[in-house]
Write a protein that binds this ligand. Structure first.
Ligand SMILES: CC(C)(COP(=O)(O)OP(=O)(O)OC[C@H]1O[C@@H](n2cnc3c(N)ncnc32)[C@H](O)[C@@H]1OP(=O)(O)O)[C@@H](O)C(=O)NCCC(=O)NCCS
Length: 219
């Protein structure tokens, strides 16, 4: 099934929150997605597939469902931005998400996660391709991030994209005082980075097919 990527929208928050809590169960406070979507510096993307009708998690939309009444509409109109939307996406299965903050010429990846049951299927890599392309399109010079020193899976993913370890932030994570490793790309406009990135993208496409990336179109 093709993998699609687009910018996150409010109605994605319920599914994204489940993935986020599953991926980062001890991180506190949890990501405030409604606020992040209002944040002019932040860019959040999701990877999704059309809902698989055979999936046990599929909640099929029944045409006989109750239409929202006037009180439902009024409640929705006055709902604060912190209130999760009550109309989660019914037609797509969100399988991962990633976030980036763009500060001056630095793109900082704030989070990336793929749904537990869909790991090792290229979703993390597809999200990285899309977020790095977005950073390049936004004229970032470098892309940076932090990862737990123990999170070798994530570090492998970043190393594959040419991130290098620059240093350590001591006791960065509040839950267990774990150190963070700081990683960064070289200048993303450099021929060496572009060449490596193109290689990674081409080998991804050979293995998993072309990503339908709406983020790339709507720069
Ligand atoms: C990190 C994470 C996003 C990877 O997502 P994924 O969809 O499983 O990744 P992919 O299938 O695209 O794998 C891409 C690369 O990641 C690395 N990787 C992924 N799973 C790995 C594993 N179990 N062991 C070692 N390396 C692994 C490899 O380099 C892999 O490339 P390869 O297949 O050529 O070896 C996912 O494990 C996750 O959501 N983890 C929890 C949240 C998290 O830790 N996020 C990072 C915070 S810094």
């Amino acid at each position: 099934m093709p993998l699609n990527i687009r910018f996150m929208q409010r109605q994605d928050i319920p599914q994204v929150t489940v993935i986020d809590r599953d991926a980062f169960p001890t991180e506190w406070p949890p990501t405030n997605f409604p606020r992040e979507l209002e944040n002019g510096l932040a860019y959040y993307i999701i990877a999704y597939q059309p809902k698989n009708q055979d999936s046990p998690t599929t909640q099929k939309f029944s045409g006989k469902e109750k239409q929202p009444g006037i009180m439902d509409r009024i409640r929705k109109f006055f709902a604060s931005p912190q209130t999760p939307p009550d109309d989660p996406q019914e037609d797509i299965d969100i399988v991962g998400f990633a976030g980036m903050w763009l500060m001056a010429d630095e793109a900082h990846i704030t989070s990336i996660a793929s749904r537990k049951e869909n790991r090792r299927q290229g979703i993390g890599e597809a999200l990285m391709i899309a977020i790095v392309e977005l950073a390049m399109a936004k004229q970032a010079r470098i892309v940076t991030l932090e990862a737990r020193v123990s999170n070798l899976v994530a570090q492998n993913l970043y190393t594959k994209f040419g991130f290098d370890k620059l240093g350590v932030r001591k006791a960065y994570y509040l839950d267990n005082k774990e150190d963070a490793v700081i990683m960064s790309t070289e200048y993303v406009g450099s021929p060496s980075f572009k060449e490596k990135f193109t290689q990674v993208k081409e080998s991804y496409q050979q293995k998993f097919g072309v990503i339908h990336n709406e983020v790339a179109v709507k720069k």
